[in-house]
Design a binder for this molecule. Structure first.
Ligand SMILES: [Zn+2]
Length: 259
């Protein structure tokens, strides 16, 4: 079985010590590609170093994360844009971008400005966007619905999907995909139930490592090699084989990012 992790921060400091083993474990688990979202200017060096360590396995993306939108957002955003436009063939997507109302609402307005601006770059360069939502999924879907009329080629992933069936179907209508991660294994999160009637055609796998480890590793360091564990739960929810999950989600990811 071939797996793709569409969202992993494996360049994070928590993987520095045992990186060679981490990469080996990913390959042993059947991971053929791992997509790395950027967060801010501080994460750039580590993102680039890991992407260059194994270019066949790692695919870097460029963006400013909503929780990193602070008072200096204008200069930071300009630097992120410079990075992206200097090497548009190197970065496979714009992300992660979006909004987050969970941690801090101080820069709520600026988050939205940054989200819209980065989505415009993605449309300009014909690249997918990776959307982060926290307590803000409806808001983000609304923004994308509006952007889509301006940029019909805009596409991407609503990462770490934890919404309702209705929200998933709105996302499907936009031609976007949803990222299925460890949250689907959490009891009482409601994600598994919400996905019962949502077609596999709009799903891709992700871990968001080192965060959001699936059961039974919940609370520990997450790892891209746990993708099959998350997929096992999805196979139960969709009442199909693990093979089927691997085949469809891998195809969906390759179609989105291009081969
Ligand atoms: Zn992330």
């Amino acid at each position: 079985m071939e797996w793709i992790d569409t969202h992993s921060h494996l360049y994070d400091g928590t993987f520095q010590e045992d990186m060679d083993q981490v990469i080996q474990d990913c390959k042993d688990a059947g991971l053929s590609r791992i997509y790395l979202p950027n967060v801010d200017l501080e994460s750039l060096d580590a993102l680039h170093a890991l992407s260059e360590k194994d270019p066949g396995l790692f695919f870097p993306m460029m963006g400013l994360h909503p929780t990193s939108v602070k008072a200096d957002w204008k200069t930071v955003l300009a630097e992120i844009k410079e990075q992206l436009y200097a090497r548009p063939e190197y970065y496979v997507a714009v992300g992660e971008i979006g909004t987050d109302l969970y941690w801090d609402k101080t820069f709520e307005r600026e988050m939205e400005i940054c989200f819209r601006e980065q989505a415009a770059w993605a449309a300009d360069l014909n690249k997918p966007i990776i959307i982060h939502s926290r307590d803000s999924l409806d808001w983000n879907i609304g923004i994308v619905e509006e952007l889509k009329s301006k940029y019909p080629n805009l596409t991407g992933i609503f990462h770490c999907f934890n919404g309702t069936e209705e929200q998933a179907l709105r996302i499907q209508k936009l031609g976007f995909l949803i990222g299925i991660g460890g949250v689907v294994t959490f009891k009482n999160a409601g994600v598994a139930e919400a996905l019962t009637n949502v077609p596999l055609d709009i799903m891709v796998m992700e871990t968001d490592a080192p965060y959001l480890a699936p059961v039974p590793y919940r609370g520990k360091r997450n790892h891209s090699m746990y993708i099959p564990l998350i997929a096992q739960k999805l196979a139960e929810v969709k009442d199909c084989s693990l093979n089927e999950i691997a085949r469809i989600t891998t195809k969906n990811a390759l179609t989105l990012f291009g081969t």
